[in-house]
Design a protein around this ligand. Structure first.
Ligand SMILES: [Zn+2]
Length: 80
């Protein structure tokens, strides 16, 4: 029993990355991903990349940044 974030590996961090960026994770998962990102440079760069990519998709044309696309991305990431 402790408040330390759970230790997760790169696979899990990457799998939860989208939900992390969407702030859809529960508090403990969110903390676990965040802790991993702070200690893992490769996942951190990947997160930065995904964040920028998503910002570009959303920023390009908000009206056509469709939820179906988001849902599809989620489905793809959930399947892994
Ligand atoms: Zn990692």
């Amino acid at each position: 029993m402790s408040d330390e974030p759970r230790k997760i590996n790169c696979d899990e961090a990457v799998r939860k990355l989208f939900e992390y960026l969407d702030k859809e994770l529960g508090a403990s998962d969110h903390a676990a991903v965040e802790a991993h990102l702070h200690s893992c440079r490769s996942c951190f760069s990947r997160m930065e990349f995904d964040k920028r990519l998503r910002g570009m998709i959303k920023g390009a044309d908000p009206a056509s940044a469709p939820d179906p696309l988001r849902e599809r991305i989620k489905k793809i990431t959930e399947r892994f």
